[in-house]
Design a protein around this ligand. Structure first.
Ligand SMILES: CCCCCCCCCCCCC[C@H](O)CC(=O)SCCNC(=O)CCNC(=O)[C@H](O)C(C)(C)COP(=O)(O)OP(=O)(O)OC[C@H]1O[C@@H](n2cnc3c(N)ncnc32)[C@H](O)[C@@H]1OP(=O)(O)O
Length: 719
């Protein structure tokens, strides 16, 4: 767990050896304590260097240990002892120094960083705070404003920024351990008192209260209802107003309030869920670590609408040559100018040059014959997509992968019109595709493991979180959206307003309420889908009762809104009104109020007061209920995948963990009971009927999310 060597005859080199990130597990803490004791008591040793094996200093505390009882030497006294030692200790930071790893570096008397190293205190992203002295030492070292920013955001910084801030003493392009050993030899016999960060006086800004107040407001606005950043601010205040000995106690008290909180559990779950999601498996045994992806050097995108443009940018900025195809000259020219603008702005922001030389724009599919992979991003129309895939089959070389960006159509039906169904896969990007991190990789029954592996790795290369899902209408994300949207519109019928529903969801932590989100996405998309599926429009049988379709409750209000030409932000009117078409400032619209009132009186609905609790329960439990069905159907392999999709694609708050984790946190028994209650009240809404898997899990004692898989007996996995 830590290697101890004597180098240059008098320097003790302590190397943390806990792959992959040298996390500070109890065994590592024990080994550090033992090694330090040895070094400080060996008269041959004049200085100490601490580094990490495999070019990684330390990724912080072992997060997996947080779920169990605390064992091993506690970190704070261990780190205090290193700082208090009478021999100079130098941290040789390569790779990462994060969280507890950064706090370990802060107790060393000197810090040498490799120029590629990254440092940071990301604890806040895990729902906790840097509780090994980080909130007390960093402000003393770099001042309150900079420390506050780093601690409340969890942002990683480069070695160069760390040098500028005064966190590290030297940045090197050479081997950081070797440089640190030489540095340590030079530090022998120099006084250490000024190098003990906990002994420094925190440089205080003139208006400390004003600054803390401003940061508190900022944090509350950005992360509504999230506890950890607020606790971080209080801990930093202690660093400014208390001696270290008291400040560290305050840090520990604040940590105690966070450590076992639901938010911390949810955020730590998200950390691992995100990493689990990339580990796809198929019933055949093929999986992420035994399937070889193809190397993709060139790609083509068909369609330069909003999605197509975002996909071109995502590919080009990671060095893939892209041929972009449109059907008309004018559309091609407009798309080209927009892509170039997006790439230039993106490059400017990242301080690199725009990779415009990788782009080619064409009207001819014939130009695609040599590309490695094609992503179709044309209009959401099955017949059109089929024509494109047939054409691609003829044009592209036999080994070219054919992908579709459909948001819910049958991927296998598209595969069926090609000469290579095994090379067809869905790559469902989320709008705007160059910004949103989620990629659903839709595995058709005939998609080969090599095809899936290639799409998954390509997503990762583009900086996306790729999740493998099965092929069914709407896949995972959009399939679950339907019951969620339905509940929101039923609540409108019953007496709620769009603002009330959105506020309840935003207070819960969603980036945007359901109606604001729909306005942003465009209301016409769903309207067209409903018309195509016979739910609205001229094809609806007039004998249909007005608020029922296909044997279940149906709310026509969204259709009525669209009939008025209100398609959301793009038309300046939707569920809300905006200053202008394309405006983003949503204001309640009295016309919508009128529409709702007229609608209710027309159907004799007596509006009632609806509580926020009912809004949250009906929307979120219906969402999770569909998630359970998706697991039963084998469309998602595990609840973590569903949660990751909702976290990265639909703005579900991370501190809620995702719909499935949230259901488990509320308690499956309670979710079941509430769904039964609401289904009894609304028997014509099948989505409220508790799914068999939910019932089964409750019958099995409501196991934790990570164990649900053991209870899912899927006969026909789509993965
Ligand atoms: C009433 C009760 C009172 C209780 C008081 C309790 C007091 C307890 C004392 C606490 C002291 C606090 C100490 C400290 O302040 C707290 C911390 O340090 S929290 C941890 C902070 N660190 C991080 O957040 C870093 C997390 N890791 C990363 O960001 C990345 O992994 C990385 C290091 C940048 C590397 O990225 P990649 O190369 O892309 O690799 P992966 O991310 O895929 O990771 C590989 C592998 O490693 C696992 N892993 C990574 N970090 C950790 C970790 N810190 N602990 C455990 N495991 C980790 C990751 O899950 C991957 O695993 P795999 O998927 O391969 O199984």
């Amino acid at each position: 767990m830590a290697r101890y060597e004597l180098v240059k005859r008098s320097v003790a080199l302590i190397t943390l050896t806990n792959p992959p990130v040298n996390a500070l597990s109890s065994a590592v803490r024990h080994a550090i304590a033992k090694s330090m004791d040895h070094a400080l008591n060996d008269p041959k040793v004049t200085a100490v260097v601490i580094c990490g094996e495999n070019g990684r200093f330390c990724g912080g505390a072992d997060i997996r240990e947080f779920a169990g009882p605390l064992r091993g030497p506690p970190l704070v006294p261990l780190l205090d002892a290193i700082e208090a030692g009478e021999k100079p200790v130098v941290a040789a930071i390569e790779g990462v120094a994060l969280g507890g790893g950064f706090e370990l570096a802060l107790v060393c008397h000197y810090r040498i960083a490799h120029f590629k190293a990254r440092l940071g205190l990301p604890e806040v992203t895990l729902g906790i705070l840097p509780a090994a002295g980080g909130t007390q030492r960093l402000p003393r070292l770099i001042g309150i404003p900079a420390a506050l920013e780093l601690i409340t955001t969890g942002r990683h910084i480069s070695a160069q920024e760390a040098l500028k801030l005064g966190i590290v003493d030297q940045v090197t392009e050479q081997n950081a351990c070797e440089v640190a050993v030489e540095f340590a030899l030079r530090a022998v016999a120099k006084p250490l008192s000024s190098r003990r960060v906990s002994m420094l006086t925190t440089p205080c800004p003139p208006d400390l209260d004003g600054l803390l107040e401003a940061v508190t407001m900022q944090v509350k606005k950005k992360a509504r209802g999230v506890m950890a950043p607020l606790a971080c601010i209080q801990a930093v205040r202690a660093a400014a107003t208390m001696p270290y000995s008291k400040g560290i106690k305050r840090e520990s008290e604040l940590m105690a309030t966070l450590f076992n909180s639901g938010q911390a559990r949810a955020l730590q779950y998200c950390f691992f869920a995100q990493r689990t999601a990339g580990k796809w498996t198929l019933p055949s045994g093929a999986q992420w670590n035994n399937s070889k992806p193809r190397e993709i050097r060139s790609a083509a995108i068909i369609g330069l609408g909003t999605m197509g443009r975002g996909i071109v940018v995502s590919l080009a900025r990671v060095g893939i040559s892209v041929i972009a195809v449109e059907s008309e000259k004018k559309l091609l020219e407009t798309g080209k100018q927009m892509v170039i603008g997006m790439l230039e702005r993106d490059a400017k922001r990242r301080g690199v040059s725009a990779s415009l030389n990788l782009l080619k724009f064409t009207l001819s599919l014939q130009d695609l014959k040599d590309v490695d992979l094609v992503i179709e991003a044309v209009f959401e129309d099955m017949a059109l997509k089929k024509r494109v895939f047939q054409e691609l089959s003829k044009v592209c070389r036999p080994a070219t992968l054919l992908c579709t960006n459909t948001s819910g159509l049958d991927v296998d039906a598209l595969a069926g019109v090609t000469d290579r169904p095994h090379l067809v896969v869905g790559m469902h990007f989320f709008s705007p595709a160059h910004v949103m991190k989620l990629l659903e990789v839709v595995c058709g029954p005939r998609s080969s493991s090599e095809t899936i592996a290639t799409a998954m790795i390509l997503g990762k290369r583009m900086g996306k979180v790729s999740v493998a899902v099965g092929n069914c209408p709407g896949f995972v994300g959009n399939r679950m959206l339907k019951p969620y949207l339905d509940q929101a519109t039923f609540l409108l019928e019953e007496g709620a307003t769009p603002e009330q529903i959105d506020k309840a969801l935003e207070d819960f932590g969603f980036a945007m309420g359901v109606f604001r989100m729909s306005d942003l996405a465009g209301l016409d998309v769903g309207w067209r889908v409903r018309k195509e599926s016979g739910l609205t429009g001229p094809d609806v049988d007039p004998k249909n009762p007005p608020r029922r379709r296909q044997g279940r409750r149906y709310c026509p209000i969204p259709d009525m809104v669209c009939e008025q030409g209100r398609f959301g932000q793009k038309t300046g009117r939707g569920w809300y009104m905006y200053d202008k078409p394309g405006g983003t400032n949503a204001k309640p619209d009295p016309l919508i109020q009128n529409l709702l009132e007229m609608y209710r009186s027309r159907y004799g609905i007596q509006p009632r007061n609806i509580s926020d609790q009912e809004i949250i329960e009906r929307c979120l439990f219906a969402l999770a209920n569909e998630g359970f069905r998706i697991l039963e159907d084998g469309i998602a392999a595990r609840p973590e995948d569903i949660d990751v999709i909702y976290l990265f694609g639909y703005g579900f708050p991370r501190h809620g963990g995702g719909p499935m984790f949230y259901a488990s946190m509320v308690g499956l028994e309670r979710v079941l009971e509430r769904l039964e209650h609401y289904h009894q009240a609304h028997p014509d809404v099948p989505h409220l009927e508790p799914s068999p898997l939910l019932k089964k899990l409750v019958a099995c004692g409501s196991p934790p999310v990570q164990k649900w898989r053991e209870h899912i007996k899927t006969m026909h996995s789509h993965l």
